[in-house]
Design a binder for this molecule. Structure first.
Ligand code: XMP
Length: 513
């Protein structure tokens, strides 16, 4: 792999993704890894990421000069560039002059990394210190007003560095620079793609599982669906999927799993109809946290029962449980096998002690967009592959007030109209998600047809986001909003008002509960 050494900024994941977008497999490693640790992974190349420190700060992450003696091509980015310069005897100065944001650089010699670059270009900078003198043997490739040495390389030793962030889209030629490093600098071939991932994971799953039986909880979301499809491709009829229909899904979603997904992948699916059970458990409850806890608890119980049932009625031992854990979870929980297992176990809420499974996590090296590509490769229906995020507790937390069967029907009817119109307008991939929320305990006066009505409002909550940690409300076109509003109030008799949520996150969360 190409190893991306994480110096503690948020950029390492982005770098790893960009490398994979260049069709080269990459992995993130913490900066605390020793040179021996890094070399043990047999890296094809190493990228040192940016980070928040100054190389002068006490305790600043340090780069062992031995790394540059190993014959592995290295690219230093921002902090990684400065750390490389410092480790090899260059001069890094604390100038106090920050460069932040779009910055002009002059390319004095294109070299390898900047090959194909115009003489001046705009790049994204974010740094305080600057490299004033390149280490011996390095050629200076670019300068900016705040960085006398803004890029350098030593072609013989295959060591390269840039002061700016090529991984962010604000550096328009950044991807080109990364690809120059990977293809020309490190001599790598761009041959990593979804097809290879499938082939490789199928091999791994077969090796792990052998002839044992496997179960998987399907939620209808992208991750569990693609994970199940991969395991199905690997071990076929050894897999049984469990789909808990808690009645809190949106219109058409249960059918999509029960029919389309099964037809496309051939998985054996056990559907547990738990709709009544969830409604009973939720009856009388209005507090958001209580509702969430009830849904979580019931979900675990139903899943446990189903799992136990499969275990008891199976001729072979059921040893494995499939989880749709993704790479960001693995990285964020420390990257270690053990740490990630503890976390992912919580994804199914922690199964009881008498049900001990080993985890199968075929997506744990992948980012979300890669999971989608793998899903398409496996023939998972597009409606599932491109599904926007949907919370586990489902519509239960989009009915403000008590959850009842009637209210679920009202919300489903309104929600499906909003989704249809957003899809028709071609906006699905522009928005992150658009919850539709029923204010079930609020009523307002309206006039519909010839009569006065006293109905409920629904809220449209379209948001744009990168990761759901922060979000902005999406400026949907007025004509699309108008069609959604007209259709909902015409077609859903209990609703006489449609309102738009224009709150960013923070302060508002995406969901209302
Ligand atoms: P909030 O409302 O916290 O939501 O801004 C952030 C993102 O997380 C989703 N969400 C959940 N997803 N289980 C999930 O799997 C949950 O309990 C849950 N609650 C919120 C929400 O839809 C948004 O994408």
């Amino acid at each position: 792999p190409v190893l991306v050494v994480d110096f503690g900024a948020q950029y390492a994941q982005l770098i790893a993704r960009r490398v994979r977008e260049a069709n080269v497999y990459s992995e993130i490693v913490p900066h605390t890894a020793s040179v021996a640790d890094l070399l043990a992974k047999d890296p094809a190349a190493i990228i040192l990421s940016g980070g928040p420190s100054s190389v002068y700060a006490t305790g600043a992450p340090f780069v062992d000069p031995a790394l540059f003696e190993a014959g592995v091509p290295v690219l230093g980015i921002c902090y990684g560039f400065q750390a490389m310069a410092a480790a090899l005897g260059g001069t890094v100065a604390q100038t106090g002059q920050r460069e932040y944001g779009g910055t002009a650089v002059e390319v004095t010699s294109a070299g390898t990394v900047l090959s194909g670059s115009p003489a001046s270009q705009t790049v994204w900078m974010s740094h305080g210190d600057a490299v004033h003198a390149a280490p011996e043997g390095f050629e200076v490739l670019a300068t900016s007003s705040g960085s006398p040495v803004a890029a350098f390389e030593d072609r013989t030793r295959r060591l390269f560095g840039v002061q700016w962030h090529p991984e962010v889209k604000h550096s328009p030629l950044g991807q080109k620079a990364l690809e120059n490093f990977l293809y020309e600098g490190a001599g790598l071939t761009p041959d990593w793609n979804a097809g290879n991932v499938v082939a490789e994971q199928v091999e791994k799953i077969r090796a792990q599982v052998g002839s044992a039986r496997v179960i998987c909880g399907l939620s209808g979301g992208v991750d569990s669906s693609v994970a199940a499809a991969l395991v199905q491709k690997a071990v076929g009829s050894q897999l049984t999927c469990v789909f808990v229909d808690h009645g809190l899904l949106r219109s058409g979603e249960a059918e999509q799993v029960e029919k389309d997904f099964v037809a496309a992948t051939g998985v054996e699916l056990k559907v547990v109809d738990a709709r009544e059970r969830f409604l009973r458990a939720l009856a009388g409850h209005t507090d958001p946290e209580t509702k969430r806890k009830i849904i979580g608890r019931e979900f675990i119980r139903v899943f446990e029962d189903a799992a136990r049932d499969i275990v008891e009625h199976s001729d072979d031992e059921v040893k494995f449980l499939v989880q749709g854990t993704l790479y960001p979870d693995v990285v964020e929980s420390g990257g270690g096998e053990g740490a990630a297992n503890i976390k992912s176990h919580h994804n199914v809420g922690g199964l009881p002690d008498d049900l001990q499974f080993e985890l199968v996590e075929p997506l744990r090296t992948l980012f979300k967009d890669e999971v989608r590509a793998v899903g398409l490769e496996l023939g998972v229906p597009e409606g599932i592959v491109w599904r926007q995020p949907f919370p586990g507790p489902g519509l239960g937390i989009r009915i403000i007030g008590e959850v009842t069967a009637e209210r679920l029907d009202i919300l489903r009817a309104a929600d499906v109209i909003a989704r249809e119109e957003l899809t028709r307008a071609g906006l699905d991939r522009d928005i992150w998600q658009c919850p539709v929320v029923l204010l079930a305990d609020v009523r307002s006066v309206g006039v519909q047809g010839d009569g006065r009505t006293y109905g409920h409002p629904v809220v449209l909550r379209p948001v744009s986001s990168e990761d759901a940690m922060t979000a902005d409300w999406t400026r949907l076109p007025y004509d699309v909003l108008a069609v959604i509003s007209t259709r909902i109030t015409n077609e859903v008799p209990e609703v006489n008002r449609v309102v738009l949520d224009v709150t960013s996150k923070p302060p508002g969360t995406i969901e209302w509960e």
